[in-house]
Design a protein around this ligand. Structure first.
Ligand code: SF4
Ligand code: SF4
Length: 381
């Protein structure tokens, strides 16, 4: 095992169980007790941009409830073994349909005339899986980039790189030196293309390219997700339970601990340790109860939140109100924080640890990663 921050992605040993969430309908004939083969279709996604659900390993279905399938490892069991799909001749809608069926989630296409931004930037402090993928999985990412060009014919692609990173294929990549939060997908288009409002559409991360490249190379369904667990980077079977993932890095959650899915700023805390990991969680870390941020203190009227906002939004005017009044500020937030990118920089800057992202959410801030159906961001308390 490498040290935290090491860029090599380790393979994950086959887990004993998985818990897979889905929105859509289960595959015909799926029921508890049935064996399924690795890659077998488990559920058809309702969201056209989400991939269908595939079995991450050969297993027995041990639970089937609305939106959730539980699997237990089943060596030697035989379900329906998927046939490889040849993606070479496909493009546009036909390629999109093939990717969906293979379990690959696709990004939203940028509007006509705007390029897609493929970004190798680590979008938050401490969230360095994108950089690790870029450095460790280049051939797979290059296949993914080729597939992206065929998925969106006529759309230009610009690579956005931190200093000293080699591009995957572009002759004219953009080197980006700005710090968080401008590295967030929701701000990149604004910063690089001069668009007026933050928007994540058309920003593609290495984890998406990796998924595309993995199925392009094998023709087989996607069964792995790139994931950082407590600083170590893995290619893990989708659906690995949080409790199992923490055990694998020798962590035992205790009362009051919180598991954080995603980055420190825009991640989502959860105490459901039976939840399975799924794209685009990107990262899992356990935060011990003693290290949780202190509860919010009264506002110091310092306006650091406003100064931290990359859009210069007057977030302080709202954030200075007593917390009890915040639920009544939703309409004011929508007006005062129009265009908010949901980056959380205001909350990160606040010396009183006030959960300012709540106001951003009330203002209708989009997910800074452009993900569909995301949980609300953490409250910072
Ligand atoms: S989350 Fe806060 S810092 Fe980020 S854009 Fe919105 S108001 Fe500004
Ligand atoms: S940064 Fe925090 S303490 Fe300072 S004005 Fe904003 S909400 Fe108040």
């Amino acid at each position: 095992m490498g040290s935290p921050g090491h860029t090599v992605l380790k393979a994950w040993p086959t887990p004993g169980a998985a818990s897979l969430a889905f929105e859509g309908r289960p595959a015909p004939g799926l029921k508890p007790g049935r064996p399924v083969s690795m890659g077998q279709l488990l559920a058809i996604s309702r969201d056209p941009l989400a991939g269908d659900l595939r079995a991450p390993f050969s297993a027995t279905v041990v639970g089937l409830s609305p939106g959730r399938i539980d699997l237990a490892y089943g060596q030697g069991l035989s379900g329906q073994v998927p046939e490889p799909l040849d993606l070479k001749s496909l493009e546009g809608e036909a390629l999109a349909a093939a990717l969906k069926s293979l379990g690959v989630a696709r990004p939203g296409r940028p509007p006509a005339g705007e390029p897609a931004l493929v970004s190798a930037l680590s979008p938050e402090p401490g969230l360095d899986l994108p950089a690790a993928l870029w450095l460790d999985q280049k051939p797979t990412l290059q296949r993914g980039l080729g597939l992206l060009a065929r998925l969106w014919p006529g759309t230009g692609i610009t690579e956005i790189l931190p200093p000293r990173f080699a591009p995957l294929g572009s002759s004219k990549p953009v080197v980006f030196r700005d710090p968080f939060p401008l590295t967030l997908p929701s701000f990149l288009r604004r910063k690089v293309l001069g668009l007026p409002a933050p928007r994540a559409t058309g920003v593609v991360g290495p984890e998406t390219l990796w998924a595309m490249g993995a199925v392009a190379r094998s023709g087989l369904p996607l069964t792995l997700i790139p994931m950082t667990v407590q600083g170590f980077h893995y290619l893990a079977p989708s659906g690995v339970r949080i409790s199992d993932a923490l055990s694998a890095v020798n962590l035992k959650p205790m009362a009051g601990d919180v598991a954080l899915l995603g980055g420190l700023v825009t991640g989502r805390p959860t105490v459901r340790l039976g939840r399975g990991l799924k794209a685009p969680d990107l990262a899992l870390r356990l935060i011990r109860s003693g290290r949780l941020p202190a509860p919010p203190a009264p506002c110091r009227l310092c306006s650091l939140c406003r100064l931290a906002c990359p859009l210069g939004l007057p977030v302080d005017a709202l954030a200075q109100a007593p917390l009890a009044e915040w639920p009544g500020l939703h309409r004011a937030a929508r007006e005062a924080l129009a265009g908010c990118g949901g980056c959380g920089a205001c909350g990160l800057a606040c010396p009183s640890r006030r959960p300012i992202l709540l106001l951003a959410v009330a203002a209708g801030a989009g997910d800074p990663y452009g993900r569909a159906g995301n949980d609300p961001p953490p409250l910072g308390e």
